[in-house]
Design a protein around this ligand. Sequence first.
Ligand SMILES: [Zn+2]
Length: 154
Amino acid sequence: MKCDKLKDMLMTDYIDGRCAPDLKREIDEHLAVCVTCRQFYSVLVKNAAQPFKGLRPLEAPAGMWEEIKGRIEEKEEALASVSRIFFPVRRAVFALAAFAMVAGLLVGVKAWRLYDTDLMAKYTRDQLYYFSLEETDEGSDNGSFGTVVEEFLL
Ligand SMILES: [Zn+2]
């Protein structure tokens, strides 16, 4: 067992006497050969365990638990009343946030579609087609189709 892990065990289960027998034997064997861990354990016992030896557990005053329980219930009731007041507000804020998200998504999709080159190309083709159908004042007696596009380009 490594010293760091052993020190953790010394500070918890070992000093409390709650180690499983196999683990206690393993720790005892390590302590027998490792000066550093033995010194650590010695300091630990002196400063963390000895001051509490001989103390007897104190009994809680009668009625203490009932008083604590009452205070907890008062706080829970206060929180519940605050929650009842703010729940409709929270619901409205949630609805507003959801609406903002959907609106943002729609604007994003719309903006994305504006930059869609296929869509722009289709729009340009449609516009050219529309202008190509429009008749000019000159008529078609000069061999042309008499379209606006033809007039613009020729
Ligand atoms: Zn060690």
